[in-house]
Design a protein around this ligand. Structure first.
Ligand SMILES: [Zn+2]
Length: 218
């Protein structure tokens, strides 16, 4: 049992889902979601930063601003479903902040909707898709559709929930794909940028619409 479970009595959704990175101090960005427990269960020490007040958030901060940490505080910066919520003009600076708070050799890992896939699925939307499965007998798409129109809209533009602070935190403000993330990371000074298997961090089928990227602080 992890210290987090002992203190909170909460069970992670799936304690085996994320491989242990070996990190001693992890910064979880935009952690006010269900994956915070899974990250905690597979890491030694996690600071959870989010704009939104929620169970498990240890640091309330607008991450569009400079991060409230000293240089080289963490050896891992982890995020899922975070990058697409940062306005696109601000992302280069946010990535520089990620690198600044990482120690030498530290690891950056992030997953977000893959706009390359979602763009290619624009013509593969159909109401018949239930979960991720099209109706093989559908008269409209002949079973070829990959995504429902509502899920396509949410994947591209976010759920657009207002967290009560009028920032509409769940609106997507950026569209990303591997080539773009790689370019931005390298401009921010990161090295060894590579795509990793999204299936490790996302449920089956959902993983097909996600891009997960890992990089080294250098
Ligand atoms: Zn159909």
């Amino acid at each position: 049992m992890s210290l987090w479970q002992k203190l909170t009595g909460r069970e992670p959704k799936d304690p085996t889902r994320y491989p242990d990175s070996g990190a001693k101090h992890t910064l979880l960005l935009g952690g006010a979601g269900p994956n915070a427990d899974i990250v905690r269960a597979s890491r030694k020490h996690v600071v959870v930063a989010d704009l939104r007040r929620a169970p498990g958030v240890t640091l309330l901060a607008n991450l569009e601003d400079p991060f409230p940490f000293k240089d080289a505080t963490f050896d891992e910066v982890f995020s899922l479903e975070f990058l697409e919520h940062i306005p696109h003009p601000d992302l280069p600076r946010v990535l520089k902040e990620c690198r600044r708070v990482l120690a030498k050799g530290g690891r950056w890992l992030s997953g977000c909707p893959d706009m390359e896939v979602l763009a290619s699925w624009f013509g593969l939307q159909c109401e018949c898709v239930d979960g991720w499965q099209a109706d093989p007998k559908c008269a409209k798409c002949g079973g070829r559709a990959r995504i429902s129109p509502s899920r396509w809209l949410k994947s591209v533009f976010g759920n657009q929930e207002d967290y009560g602070d009028a920032r509409r935190g769940d609106t997507h403000k950026n569209g990303l794909w591997f080539g773009r993330v790689k370019e931005l990371l390298e401009e921010a000074g990161f090295a060894e940028v590579k795509r990793v298997d999204a299936g490790v961090y996302y449920a089956r089928f959902k993983a097909d619409t996600k891009v997960v990227v890992e990089a080294n602080r250098g």
